[in-house]
Ligand binder design. Structure first.
Ligand SMILES: [Zn+2]
Length: 235
């Protein structure tokens, strides 16, 4: 699942995974897990991050591969935050092919920039527990204190408008080659993330099922095999 910061991709990825009984894999989570478990690749990544460097593609791929090869990922998985580069996308294709773990459905959650800026620049977080403040439809906070712990709310330090625009620009530039890489595939879909959450959820479910079915039809035409509905629902 792809999408810029503020598009609600993480929330949707979590919901979809829960409802379909799939594993949600975010690179941040598996990095933290791997470091805790003292996995050599994860420790290598940590060393780089501690030096302020980006984790290289080879290391990132090794970490994701290790996670995807475990038995609980075999029913299917939702990837959030991976791949970030064409090299990673290539490696993911190989992993999925090796494990006969497809089809790989790519969903790009798009939201116009002005809407992302509105969402991100107005974001309030709890000073005590760091939770995002719940907002009403017009973007104002539901309460003056944190709904989880009662702590005070303040605007995130890095969330002023200029910084937000810069972050979005960096994302666009970095992601463009990846979109180009996936664009022509029948399993690439775009979802309008600038709608109420339930509408986004519905659109997402629909396009994923449709893409999986389209891919199963292609597979059937090629091999004469009929993909099972369960397999077709994998993402
Ligand atoms: Zn709180």
């Amino acid at each position: 699942m792809m999408g810029p910061p503020g598009a609600g991709k993480g929330t949707q990825a979590g919901r979809f995974a829960r409802e379909r009984g799939l594993l949600k894999i975010s690179t941040g989570d598996i990095l933290r897990e791997g470091i805790k478990a003292q996995l050599p690749v994860a420790l290598r990544a940590k060393e780089r991050m501690d030096r302020g460097e980006l984790v290289d593609d080879g290391t990132m791929v090794a970490i994701v591969r290790e996670r995807l090869l475990r038995p609980d990922a075999q029913r299917g998985f939702v990837l959030d935050g991976f791949p970030r580069t064409v090299e990673q996308a290539d490696a993911l294709d190989q992993i999925v092919a090796e494990r006969n773990n497809g089809p790989l459905v790519i969903v790009d959650v798009r939201v116009p920039e002005h809407e992302l800026v509105r969402r991100l620049a107005g974001r309030l977080i709890c000073v005590k527990c760091g939770a995002n403040a719940e907002l009403t439809k017009d973007g104002s906070p539901v309460a003056t204190v944190c709904g989880k712990c009662g702590g005070g709310l303040e605007q995130r330090a890095d969330d002023n408008e200029e910084v937000v625009r810069e972050r979005l620009e960096v994302y666009e530039r970095a992601t463009k080659p990846l979109v180009e890489f996936y664009r022509e595939r029948p399993t690439f879909r775009v979802v309008n993330g600038a709608q109420p959450q339930e509408r986004v959820a519905h659109e997402l479910d629909t396009v994923i099922d449709d893409a999986a079915l389209a891919s199963a039809r292609v597979e059937k035409a090629v091999t004469g095999k009929v993909a099972t509905p369960e397999k077709a629902a994998r993402t």
